[in-house]
Design a protein around this ligand. Structure first.
Ligand SMILES: Nc1nc2c(ncn2[C@@H]2O[C@H](COP(=O)(O)OP(=O)(O)O)[C@@H](O)[C@H]2O)c(=O)[nH]1
Ligand SMILES: [Mg+2]
Length: 292
């Protein structure tokens, strides 16, 4: 298979040739794969690129792509795309140019791939792991503050996306549909002279039925309830826990709030009660009704 070692560089003139030489030594006589090297240099002002171009004259398996500096992540994406689409790489092996990734360890990564791994990651934190050598020449391009900020903002965005697109977001959408159904039925029946109480009971009963089925086929589809016996048992459970939530948790919060603080704040207690109801419902659905 074709291995492309990808090496991002920015101001690595003291290191890049040493690294390429060491890699070539390590892979000399390596028969299982053909190995080439792709340097991605973002027009380093120290002339890294010129050194690599000179080196290419005598080393045919070294490739170079260049661009303007947009950060390490962008450089790596560009480089991976090039390696796959232009050099037909089957396996990508990424190494920093500052000699902090030991070339002698590279064949071990390929061995793991040969043994069936799809992705191999080296870590200084596993048993036997360490920084083999730390950067001897030049300096780190990645400022600690920026690094920490980027990691935390990535985690925050990923977590938010997971909540919105994950089961909690779907649960909210399903609940919203139920709320609309409930309101529409209440208004329609009230218009044909039903009492608001009965009209709401029918609306709520239909909304709960809709919530149950939509949650079953969408929100919690990986734990889908099937089989008529189980379906009916879970549906009854769903009605019971939904009724408990509305009567005890939501209405109870309003009742307690009014008694403690007074009637004028009733809408605030409605909002608090509804928030508690959402938590109750979500916990019951995920931990009881659609328990993994
Ligand atoms: N092409 C390119 N390479 C970069 C850029 N930033 C860092 N690098 C390279 O990425 C590797 C890791 O960067 P380094 O400064 O050693 O980061 P550290 O190991 O986290 O301190 C080195 O080979 C750098 O030359 C960039 O913006 N573009
Ligand atoms: Mg480094």
């Amino acid at each position: 298979m074709k291995v492309v070692v990808i090496i991002p560089t920015y101001n690595e003139r003291e290191n890049i040739i040493i690294l390429l030489d060491r890699l070539e030594t390590v892979f000399r006589g390596f028969k299982r794969h053909t190995v080439s090297y792709l340097v991605v240099d973002d027009t380093s002002p120290d002339g890294t690129q010129e050194l690599v171009k000179e080196y290419q004259k005598t080393h045919k398996s070294v490739y170079l792509i260049t661009g303007k500096k947009e950060g390490l992540g962008k450089a790596l994406l560009r480089c991976m795309t090039y390696a796959v689409t232009r050099l037909n790489a089957d396996i990508l092996l990424q190494m920093d140019a500052d000699l902090s990734h030991d070339p002698a360890a590279a064949p071990e990564f390929l061995r793991a791939i040969d043994n069936g791994a799809d992705f191999v990651i080296g870590s200084r934190y596993i048993p036997g792991g360490s920084i083999f050598t730390d950067r001897l020449f030049g300096h780190s391009k990645i400022a600690p503050a920026e690094y920490i900020f980027n990691i935390y903002s990535y985690i925050a965005v990923a977590k938010f996306r997971e909540i919105v697109t994950g089961s909690f977001g779907k649960f909210l959408v399903v609940g919203g549909i139920g709320f609309i159904l409930n309101a529409v039925i209440l208004i329609l029946l009230h218009n044909v002279n039903w009492s608001a109480t009965w009209a709401n009971l029918v609306g709520a009963a239909i909304a709960i039925f809709s919530n149950f089925n939509l949650n079953n086929i969408w929100t919690f589809r990986h734990q889908k309830i099937s089989g008529i016996g189980q379906y009916l048992t879970k549906l009854a459970q769903f009605y019971a826990t939904s009724a408990f939530g509305v009567v005890v948790i939501q209405t109870g919060t309003i009742w307690a709030g009014i008694r403690l603080v007074g009637d004028r704040q009733y809408f605030l207690f409605f909002l608090v009660g509804t928030a508690l109801l959402l938590v109750w419902n979500y916990v019951i659905y995920s931990k009881v009704i659609w328990k993994k």
